[in-house]
Design a protein around this ligand. Structure first.
Ligand code: ASP
Length: 368
């Protein structure tokens, strides 16, 4: 059964209104972490067995493919990894795989993980270069090693030994986006953008002018539940654009960007990975479902915790709220699912065995 769009209760409205009206200091942010879960939050739920698959907003094709494969009897880990490969192989999706946005040196470094409910095993790769399907490599780490996480050159070597082909993952579109970022880092450096290259146009250089770094985020998460009640989850990403080489986000960190427990459900995150890591976000989603929360409420509670733990002034807007977004996704053992984000606009995809669609994540705060 699917229940959608229950109206926010007064207390939720009050919470959102208060959050929007008043700047939140560290104490107010900390209070958010202990606030009681609101029973009036939007809850989307489907109680029943799989096959069902949910994904981040860019992953409708991934969960649709995963359900197709599950119907043919595929293992859930294979189903989601093959679904995610559609997004990894798409050069137009600049958040993952081929065409992913590169690091600050113009090199594409990918992270991915897979977790398998029936054995409670996980496999992951981080900062791997030249391999467009890091989720498939992560699945091999899970199945063909006694380890969980391989990084950098070791991960690449492992992939090559398993027959993966190296290729240049930097598309022209992503290279141009990187160059634009680099040329706009500072008006005082030696890299000139279109405007700066013509000495007769443009503004006089202001050494005190603030320069926006223009980082972007993006990732694909996908989890699935079989008709027999088994779960698997996967997260794959090119990470934060223009990151420091070697930076690893939450996606390959089990418990941060991806987690599943075959007795409870699966959780995953996209958005600012550092915040998901320090809040053990994916694990927390599953843990909150284990303690009885609805999937959407579990995601909102973790969003609330992330906001409350954003104590660095640099990471907060003038109103005290985070200056970044995070989206959280949950699929419970009984087929119920949900998604939440810090600010309106986030979406998640679901294929419930009958139809695929994209739904809004429930935002913690009312406005950006
Ligand atoms: N969570 C990813 C990371 O921090 C990025 C994203 O999802 O946008 O690497």
């Amino acid at each position: 059964m699917i229940r959608t769009n229950r109206a926010p209760s007064p207390s939720r409205r009050e919470f959102l209104a208060a959050a929007a009206a008043a700047p939140l200091g560290p104490a107010a942010l900390a209070a958010l972490a202990t606030a009681a879960p609101n029973p009036g939050m939007t809850v989307r739920t489907r109680v029943g067995t799989g096959p069902i698959s949910i994904a981040s907003g860019n992953g409708l094709r991934a969960c649709t493919r995963a359900v197709e494969l599950l119907k043919q009897g595929a293992d859930p880990a294979d189903a989601i990894v093959q679904g995610v490969a559609i997004i990894e192989n798409d050069p137009e999706d600049q958040s993952v795989g081929l065409g992913g946005l590169p690091n600050e040196e113009g090199v594409v470094q990918l992270d991915a993980s897979v977790m398998y409910g029936p054995t409670h095993k996980a496999g992951a790769v981080a900062a791997i270069e030249n391999i467009k399907n890091p989720a498939a490599v992560a699945l091999l780490v899970l199945r063909r090693t006694n380890h969980v996480l391989l990084v950098g050159a070791g991960a690449l070597k492992f992939a090559r030994l398993h027959g993966f082909q190296e290729e240049n993952l930097l598309t022209e579109k992503s290279r141009k986006a990187w160059l634009k970022w680099k040329e706009n880092l500072s008006p005082r450096d030696d890299w000139l953008d279109d405007e700066q290259r013509d000495p007769t146009v443009g503004k006089a250089a202001d050494p005190l002018a603030a320069v926006t770094p223009m980082h972007t985020t993006g990732t694909v998460h996908c989890s699935a539940l079989t008709a027999g009640g088994d779960l698997a989850s996967c997260t794959s990403t090119s990470g934060l654009s223009w990151k420091i080489p070697g930076r690893v986000g939450d996606s390959p960190i089990i418990g941060a960007g991806n987690y599943c427990d075959n007795a409870v459900g699966a959780g995953g995150c996209t958005g600012r990975g550092e915040s998901c890591i320090v809040n053990c976000a994916a694990f927390s989603i599953v843990s909150k479902m284990e303690s009885g929360m609805e999937p959407t409420d579990a995601c909102v509670a973790v969003a609330k915790r992330i906001a409350a733990h954003t104590l660095e002034i640099r990471r907060r807007a003038k109103d005290g709220r985070p200056d970044f977004d995070v989206s959280l996704y949950a699929l419970r053992k009984d087929g119920a699912y949900g998604g939440a984000c810090l600010f309106p606009g986030g979406t998640f995809a679901v294929h419930d065995g009958t139809a695929g669609r994209t739904l809004p994540c429930t935002p913690l705060f009312e406005k950006n």
